[in-house]
Design a protein around this ligand. Sequence first.
Ligand code: GLN
Length: 527
Amino acid sequence: MKYIIVTGGVMSGLGKGITTASIGRNLKNKGYKVTAIKIDPYINIDAGTMSPFQHGEVFVLKDGGEVDLDLGNYERFLDTELTREHNLTTGKVYQAVISKERRGEYLGKTVQIIPHITNEIKDRIRKIAAKSGADFCLIEVGGTVGDIESMPFLEAVRQMHREESKEDLAFVHVTLVPMDAQGDQKTKPTQHSVKELRELGLTPHVIVTRCKEHLLESTASKIALFCDVPEEAVISANDANDIYEVPLMMEKEGLTDYLMKRLNLHSDKTDDSWSQMVERMHNLKGEVRIAIVGKYTHLEDSYLSISASIKHAAIECGVNYCTDWINAESIEEDPSGVEQLSQYDGILVPGGFGERGTEGKIMAIRYARENNIPFLGLCLGMQLSVVEFARNVAGLENANSTEFDEDTPYPVIDLLPEQDGVLDMGATMRLGDYDADLKSGSLAEKIYGASKIVERHRHRYEVNPNYVDRIEEKGMVFSGKNRNRMEITEIPGKKFFFASQFHPEFKSRPGRPSPPFKAFVQAMISE
Ligand code: GLN
């Protein structure tokens, strides 16, 4: 197993996740099987309870793991499916060690950060790597070197460096090279950050520098000299126009070649499907305009996978796209605001929790249905499309989801049946992969080109089966089902009206867009 460990210095938000994903993609292009682990030094067990306002979206894996959004980038760049163990948090590590201690597994010893916590970290990393069957395991250590919280993890990877053969482990450190008022590239922050790493006993083998413009040769050689790495190991990662260009940029900078040389590997294989996808991305014609009516509209990271899925679909349909984030609450406050949706080629209502903005979303869905504007509803978006149809077409006045109105006369969306004795926050939800049987002749069957699909879920509420017949009588069709669970709803005869209880956005990949997204974009083009 070859390990590449990515750390970050100077400040957060430098793009360590994209750097890690890009290194992985380039190795994959050379024929290697690559997996990745994200270390999040926070105490939360997982991202399930975290607000998208703070942390960006919660990404959901096939096994139902609710994880950091970086895992979404890994899955998209590496075109792979990961599991919950691939997101290692302080919470998970301590929980495991404390349970072992309670079971007496430490045989009366004093349980300490070194070696017990660090051993637990190393064991987990090695087990995950071995289980994945990969040639490479990338490990991204979240946070910034110097944070108290990341210390045990950095100590664990320091020990791994001692224990693994020199040819099996490389450290990549991502730093910032700012420019001063004169436009000079400044190396001091990088020098300080590498110094801090060294104090922890870690020596970077490669330094990836984030800078506005390409690193000057003189800057690179200064960093090489002061940070004690060869000049070819100082990689310029200047701002890219699009994150999908980053793997190509890093390849051009010689990062993959250098890492392979260091890890004593050689490969003549090349897979250029990524660069072909980027090429297609540069040759898009026309434009579709999409309104996304949601709650977390001020932070694009909250809907990262949805943006990515629209992008994948647009690239494969050969069309440019623009998305506007519309705050559902503003429509609620001023219902005439719904008219602004007439400027769009498509309307998307994403998932969400809590009542805020739901009536605004319902108005947006009604507008899409009545004006025959292509509509895609995801999870809560699907539930609300059923509520809207029940109220305004099936005559079920004040129909609602019991999530928002417990006393509604028509609970068309209701809580999932109780799951035995699970009290954990996340665990009461239906999470991860479930299959759905698609109705023959439906739009769902047509766009998936299959009669059975598997998609990822994250919800507590679902369509109440008692109302299915009354709603279907009026023309809405539940075209995807998992036994008596409604997975997809569509309205035949519309340009495109499709909504799913699952989250198709988690399985969309560059070059292989999610079928509902692709069909949504296609419906907008063929107008
Ligand atoms: N709040 C809804 C539920 O719990 C929808 C969840 C979502 O959109 N992810 O079922």
